[in-house]
Design a protein around this ligand. Structure first.
Ligand SMILES: *Cc1c(COP(=O)(O)O)cnc(C)c1O
Length: 375
């Protein structure tokens, strides 16, 4: 059996090696390392894929979040509502900009931000909501947008884990996650569903005025070279990464389908085990399985983690410490949070390998060992 990995970017690369190598060589030959033709092309292709009005590439998914918040002119002390149950980048950026993170609960089934919890957290200082489409499943955007409209709040969708995911509104219309809120962001970190061979990120918005500002902020606050109208930063997607992403974007739907196939195999294997809760898919979302995450109810999660590891099966806890318990925020004078769902999930979630290069033999080996441990 081929060794099992959490992600296998190498095997995936080998299938597109000829094309990728040629595209990288072309960048080297052109010497257009920064803002070269592949960056322009990828931006157009991604914008078309997302069916969005504006796509702005940048250096990584964390920068994308930071630039989004800078573009909205949020002021120190403004409150930003985010789930505690997420990757740290989302809330770190809030703190970095001296905004106040306000942690709320997630839905125990979808792992995404809970609209009821958002409502309870709104104060006169609230300026924005940052839903995260965690593990590749959409947050309940229709309800979130309704709350945002009611209270005049911005919505920044952290779409780093869900590129390719479709959200279906109650009237049947569909939109790509990342294009529904005021601004959406994503990451091309190598292990993401659309992964580069280095860092990368992008920002989406249907607001043309905001798009101009976002572009400026990502480029030292300038539109005209050396005329800096506002404080910005330096955040670029480089040409080599864009050349790689251009090729991989064409495969994205196949990649996500391959992840869904892995998830279906896992779901079937675990369906009748009452101690294993398999991922829920809400009627308004499909699932692109950036992670395949189980909730173990009545079984020893850390024990399973260790048992799998002994049998050369990697598994991960995403994430072992929720935002509201991170030391990072100790000096922020945050209130004593009581986030029961978040704490409950933190103790019970475990993510199994899911990627585009898994075979039946590996899946049988993994499901066999999981079921061997959880009887
Ligand atoms: C990966 C990730 C980010 C950050 O992306 P980078 O490109 O690593 O900066 C932000 N939010 C979430 C939810 C992520 O998974």
């Amino acid at each position: 059996m081929r060794p099992i990995q959490m992600v296998d970017t190498k095997s995936q690369y080998l299938k597109i090696k000829t094309e990728v190598d040629a595209a990288i060589q072309e960048v080297l030959d052109s010497a257009g390392y920064i803002n070269g033709k592949p960056v322009q092309e990828f931006t157009v292709h991604l914008n078309t894929y997302q069916n969005c009005k504006n796509t702005i590439p940048c250096a990584n998914g964390t920068d994308a979040l930071q630039i989004a918040m800078m573009a909205l002119d949020l002021q120190p002390g403004d409150e930003v509502i985010t789930p505690s149950f997420t990757y740290i980048a989302t809330t770190e950026v809030v703190a970095l900009l001296k905004l106040k993170p306000v942690f709320v609960e997630v839905d125990p089934k979808t792992f995404c931000i809970d609209p009821q919890s958002i409502r309870k957290a709104i104060t006169p200082r609230t300026k924005a909501i940052v839903p995260v489409h965690l593990y590749g499943h959409a947050a309940p955007m229709e309800e979130i947008m309704k709350i945002a409209a009611e209270f005049g709040l911005y919505v920044i969708e952290d779409n780093a884990q869900a590129i390719g995911c479709d959200y279906t509104f109650s009237d049947g219309t569909k939109k790509k996650t990342g294009t529904i809120g005021t601004i959406g962001t994503t990451s091309f970190y190598p292990s993401k569903n659309l992964g580069a061979y280095g860092d990368g990120g992008a920002i989406f918005t249907n607001d043309d005025t905001l798009a101009v500002k976002i572009k400026m902020i990502a480029n030292h606050g300038q539109q005209k070279r050396y005329y800096h109208e506002m404080v910005g930063c330096n955040s670029r997607l480089d040409s080599i990464q864009a050349a790689v992403l251009n090729i991989k974007l064409r495969e994205l739907d196949h990649y996500n389908a391959a992840r869904q196939k892995v998830a279906e195999t896992y779901n079937r294997a675990f369906a009748t085990n009452e101690k294993i809760i398999t991922p829920f898919v809400a009627p308004y979302s499909n699932h692109v399985y950036h992670q395949y995450t189980l909730v173990l109810n009545g079984s020893n999660r850390d024990g399973l983690n260790a048992y799998l590891s002994e049998h050369n099966i990697p598994s991960m806890i995403y994430y072992p410490v929720p935002g509201h318990r991170q030391k990072m925020f100790a000096s922020f004078g945050l209130p004593e949070y009581d986030l029961k769902v978040t704490d409950w999930l933190t103790e019970r979630v475990i993510s199994l390998p899911v990627h585009t290069e898994m075979d039946e033999e590996q899946l049988t080996y993994i499901t066999g060992h999981v079921l061997n441990y959880i009887k």
